[in-house]
Ligand binder design. Sequence first.
Ligand code: CU
Length: 279
Amino acid sequence: MKMSMGQTGRRLLGLAVAGVALVSCGAAFAELGQPAPWEYKLQESATPVMDNITWFHDFLLWLITAITLFVLALLVIVVVKFNAKANPVPSKTTHNTLIEVAWTLIPVLILVGIAIPSFRLLFLELDVPKADLTVKVTGKQWYWSYAYPDNGKFEFDSLLAQDKQPRLLGVDNEMVVPINKIVRIQTTGADVIHSFAVPAFGIKIDSVPGRLNETWFKATKLGMFYGQCSELCGKDHAFMPIAVRVVNDQEFATWIETAKKKFATNPANSLASAGAAAQ
Ligand SMILES: [Cu+2]
């Protein structure tokens, strides 16, 4: 079937409209701190580290687009200009010092240009600043436990709440942190390897039995932020969500007082009891 130019044009226009509609829908559904239908970008950032990750991602996307278009242009030039028909007597050129130096040096410079922001980001992630608050996160089959060693001797479990929204992300007891404070996460696994990840905070760190891994975030936006265990850990791996509520200082102080009372007699205070039993 042959299409006229008009038909082709209309089809292309239709595709473009559909594309724009899809993109704007994705933006319309986007919600802070959780995934959205038709989402194709990174989640909206809520920490300086995630700002940096988003910037680096976009920078690489533009760079790779420019490189791909450049290579495509070279291929098109070669196909058009140097095919057998257009170029009946082939040239016998084998070396060109300038081009050879250029195609070695330019990629090296591009890699250095990528390495500098890449290492800067890596140091930002790994170099934990002086923390205002430490939260100990323990991954268990199949839920999370949170302890606040700076704020009192309590620990609580956070399990998937089937009746809560967003589906498969809502939990019974959320982790609560204050806004604009540096929170140090120390994480370990009680049984197998889990991984503590919150996309909007730009954190993902393995929770390994027998080890204490460390990361940090500084939430700059109020609200609920969701993540999921990101290391395949058994049959309910998909059902141990992470929910973090970012509140202001006063609300946090109130929550700490409530939590101390509410979770003081929690029999699931397993870390403390397991530690005491071992001694
Ligand atoms: Cu897990």
